[in-house]
Ligand binder design. Structure first.
Ligand code: ATP
Ligand code: MG
Length: 565
């Protein structure tokens, strides 16, 4: 079915088109589905990342577009790796991304008793048995892609014995790993998932929600489809690696007296250049200390991106531009950055901040005096209004905006050169002050009082406009600049991905000078430091010692990184 098919009968819903939404449209049109119910099913063993954003936008987005809803369901069947911290972080991140679920979040563990009862049902139907083989033996007996498996010697245990052993497994009579419950399907199946898959294992681990109530836990395969059915999920969307599990999913739904018949559909994972998106790898970055935590702004986690200042809206519009497809293909990181910049260009007010300060003394400006100048807050949005910026005899400018021996195309400060101070005056560099080591420590300039506001009445032009901050009024701040976390577009392609970590991914500037009005801005308001980039306050900062994160620079920085390899 192609997205451009126009033959559809009824459902005129203004939703994006992709094969999943086409499926939903068709199911609604022919009555297969009355109300769309989806679910987003994270395992709480880490924080959500950019890949999850695609799944969240698809599951919550599509259900909403078609008048249905999406459950948040934690797939908490593996108590050894799951934690309350992750459960809380995941809820925060989904909410931040702009989605909500009906009622309380759901948990696979809510259904442990029902799943257990259904396991007994399978045993009674002769469709499941207790296997005493060791995990290694089970693997051996399973066969390979080219060789059929062979039946376990325990495969034909009498039903009564199976039931008795299963109950004793639950009662804690056997050590971990001693026995498992397996479905009795087909050891010769071409699909390895159907070679008597394991449904329950013995595992003494305290579960974050059910504590020590259980010492047997269902596998993902036995839990997932049944939870879907309990919740009335109509479209169970997952990534391609589960396509081979679908026959098992359907088999279980068919065997059990479940209240609904969910269907599974698979789509391609989101892959992004210059980053890694697997929880296993993200966990290593945190536990091995390569980053400062799960919400480190260099992380591809939703918490990291939020802390970095990426607006949820920018993420949603990035995801909306990707096609949900059956084919895996990598997306360029630059595309995400483009969406962020596009959003922030509208959303962020402008302010002035000097990141690497150089002192300028305006020698003909009266000592001890100061004035305020009017500055516009947003060049494309008059409603954002204006603010007053203090100006005085000593100001800070960017070190980079001065060159002692500038080339012809450098239009900023140099000996004898005139530039415009944004919103203020023209100044001309008269003297370069150096310390004993020959380092430039200050510039002595003169200003032209007639150029107030930025234009010369005699029509004389300057080619450069630079930003500045009044020294007496400046707020001192720390600014954290983030560079790509990896030195190559495909981290880990030739060895361990941690060997590809960029040692210069975080650059901390501790002597930054901010325009004082920044103290009045909201802690979650994005801001553009003029000529420098987009920034957001970091929670490490305090009113007296603010800290800012650079969200993105004003121009694409990935194009450069791409070439390097
Ligand atoms: P990871 O590989 O990072 O460990 P996972 O699939 O094990 O991810 P889950 O918590 O099980 O993580 O995922 C919850 C949902 O998010 C699943 O439906 C999964 O398919 C989906 N998902 C995970 N990673 C991606 C991705 N890169 N692109 C799209 N969807 C994803
Ligand atoms: Mg998983």
């Amino acid at each position: 079915m192609s997205a451009t098919d126009t033959a559809e009968p009824s459902t005129e819903i203004d939703a994006p088109s992709d094969f999943i939404r086409e499926q939903i449209r068709a199911d609604l049109a022919d009555g297969t589905t009355r109300q769309v119910i989806t679910r987003f099913p994270p395992e709480p063993n880490g924080y959500l990342h950019l890949g999850h954003a695609l799944s969240i936008c698809l599951n919550f987005g599509a259900a909403g577009e078609f008048g249905g809803f999406c459950n948040l369901r934690f797939d908490d069947t593996n108590p050894t790796k799951e934690e309350i911290e992750f459960i809380e972080a995941i809820q925060r991140d989904v909410t931040w991304l702009g989605f909500s679920w009906p009622g309380e979040p759901k948990f696979a563990s809510d259904n442990f008793q029902q799943l257990y009862d259904w396991a007994e049902h399978l045993i009674i139907q002769g469709k499941a048995y207790i296997d005493d083989l060791s995990p290694e033996e089970i693997r051996e007996y399973r066969g390979t892609l080219t060789e059929p498996g062979k039946p376990s010697p325990w495969r034909d245990r009498p039903t009564e014995e199976n039931l008795d052993l299963f109950r004793r497994m639950k009662a804690g009579e056997f050590p971990d790993g001693a026995r498992v419950l397996r479905a009795k399907i087909d050891m010769a199946s071409g699909n390895i998932n159907l070679r008597d898959p394991i449904l329950y294992r013995i595992l003494r681990a305290t579960h974050p929600r059910t504590g020590d109530d259980w010492c047997i836990y269902p596998t993902y395969d036995f839990a997932h489809g049944q939870c879907d059915a309990i919740e009335g999920v109509t479209h169970s969307l997952c990534t391609l690696e589960f396509a081979d599990h679908r026959p098992l999913y359907d088999w279980l739904i068919e065997q059990l007296p479940v209240p609904a018949t969910p269907r599974q559909y698979e789509f391609a994972k989101l892959l992004i250049s210059h980053t890694v998106l697997s929880k296993r790898r993200l966990t290593r970055l945190v536990t091995e200390g390569h980053v400062r935590g799960w919400d480190d702004p260099r992380m591809a986690t939703l918490s990291g991106l939020r802390r970095r200042g990426v607006p949820a809206e920018a993420l949603r519009s990035f995801v909306a531009k990707l096609s949900v497809s059956k084919n895996e293909g990598e997306v360029e990181m630059a595309m995400l950055e483009h969406a962020i910049r596009e959003n922030l260009n509208q959303a962020a007010e402008r302010r002035m901040a000097v990141l690497r300060p150089l002192k300028v003394v305006i020698t003909n400006y009266p000592e001890g005096e100061s004035e305020t100048l009017e500055a516009i807050n947003h060049p494309n949005d008059p409603e954002a209004g204006t603010r007053q910026v203090p100006f005085s005899r000593e100001i800070w400018v960017e070190r980079d905006d001065f060159m002692e021996d500038p080339p012809r195309k450098f239009f900023r400060l140099g000996p004898g050169r005139e530039v415009r101070l944004r919103f203020a005056y023209f100044i001309t560099c008269q003297d370069v002050i150096k310390d004993d080591a020959g380092e430039v420590v200050a510039l002595h300039c003169t200003y032209d009082p007639a150029t107030k506001g930025g234009d010369a009445p005699d029509g004389r032009k300057v080619k450069g406009t630079i930003h500045w901050v009044s020294a007496a009024d400046a707020l001192d701040a720390e600014v954290r600049l983030y560079n790509p976390l990896y030195t190559r577009a495909d981290p880990g392609a030739e060895g361990d991905f941690v060997d590809d970590i960029n040692p210069d991914s975080l650059e901390i500037l501790t002597d930054c000078k901010l325009e004082p009005s920044l103290a009045e801005m909201a802690a979650d308001a994005p801001v553009q430091f003029e000529r420098t980039g987009y920034f957001i306050p970091d929670p490490d900062g305090t009113p007296d010692a603010p800290v800012y994160n650079r969200t993105v620079a004003l121009r694409d920085s990935w194009a450069k990184a791409k070439g390097k390899g």
